[in-house]
Write a new protein. Structure first.
Lengths: 113, 113
């Protein structure tokens, strides 16, 4: 019974490059959430998706950031033209439909150099 | 209306003592209250959760106390151990709205041996 799988665990990108973070939810889970966390800080909500739908993207920066959760395959958080301020841990969580209980992946630590 | 206020921000407890973390909410539609535990470099892990139809839930050394009229809930860790040192997050959601978790800011707990 695999948990939420995120990859890569660590990602280094140069300023201006693109970062793609992947999240495979737990089996049977159709809801995915992405969070950002800076060191010594709490979780900042970014986006909430269901299969093929963005339900709430109120926490996503208007530019350079996008997310998708296709019918098949993992959810993808995409950051275009990364800047140093994008360096953070990005966590994905998943839950079953209609249930608030969410399970987290181990995160992707993005470092922009 | 949507906030969950968590206190204290940090807490130091002697080994064997009781750790108490408090959360308060405003939205009376919230009906599911989980607590998450996060170790450095790891994703948050669901620790224990409660629904408002009960006033207390206990799992091992961890207890949630819930006061519906005061709109407050708390996590108690009995016989605190150094291995409990972590950051703890409370959260809340409205299960009927099929919506995202609303998070507290986190409490960094240190258990002194």
């Amino acid at each position: 019974n695999a948990g939420v799988m995120q990859n890569p665990r660590h990602l280094v990108r140069r300023r201006g490059q693109e970062a793609r973070l992947r999240c495979s939810p737990m089996k049977g889970h159709s809801h995915v959430y992405w969070y950002r966390q800076l060191p010594e800080e709490g979780l900042k909500f970014m986006v909430y998706l269901q299969k093929e739908n963005i339900i709430d993207e109120s926490g996503m920066p208007k530019e350079r950031f996008s997310a998708e959760f296709p019918k098949e395959g993992p959810s993808i958080l995409r950051i275009q033209q990364v800047v140093r301020g994008d360096s953070a841990a990005y966590f994905c969580a998943s839950s079953r439909e209609g249930v608030g209980e969410a399970f987290f992946g181990q995160g992707t630590r993005l470092t922009v150099v | 209306q949507q906030q969950v206020k968590q206190s204290p921000q940090s807490l130091i407890v002697q080994k064997g003592g009781i750790s108490i973390i408090n959360c308060a909410y405003e939205n009376t539609a919230f009906d599911y209250f989980p607590w998450y535990q996060q170790f450095p470099g790891k994703g948050p892990a669901l620790l224990i959760a409660i629904r408002p139809d009960v006033s207390e839930k206990k799992e091992g050394r961890f207890t949630i106390s819930f006061n519906k009229s005061a709109k407050q809930f708390s996590l108690h860790i009995m016989d605190s151990q150094p291995g409990d040192s972590a950051t703890y997050f409370c959260a809340a959601t409205d299960m009927d709205s099929n919506y995202q978790l609303i998070w507290g800011a986190g409490t960094k707990l240190i258990i002194k041996p």
